[in-house]
Design a protein. Structure first.
Length: 94
């Protein structure tokens, strides 16, 4: 799941908060296997320091990471717009 905003866009949207809500919604829709999940501060070099979070199940398994993509990563993929992204391991719920 990815959100990006053109620099010319006059509308400011707090993409990290929107993405946080979307991740929580996905976890709620996954039902009982996601019960008791939590969101905690994460650390991943693909995301900006301090702008990364992890979705953790009650048993301690990390099943997702999301945040604001680091500018170096954006450059590696020739992305010119600020971007937030989420990665959720759906196999953990099968």
């Amino acid at each position: 799941m990815t959100l990006c905003r053109p620099r010319s866009s006059p509308l400011f949207l707090p993409f990290l908060q929107i993405l946080h809500g979307a991740v929580e919604r996905v976890l709620l829709m996954l039902g009982p296997k996601a019960a008791g999940y939590s969101i905690r501060r994460g650390s991943d070099p693909s995301f900006l320091d301090g702008r990364c979070a992890e979705a953790v199940l009650a048993d301690g398994r990390v099943v997702g990471t999301f945040g604001t993509v680091h500018p170096e990563v954006l450059g590696n993929f020739d992305l010119e717009f600020p971007t937030s992204a989420a990665d959720i391991d759906l196999q953990a719920f099968l």
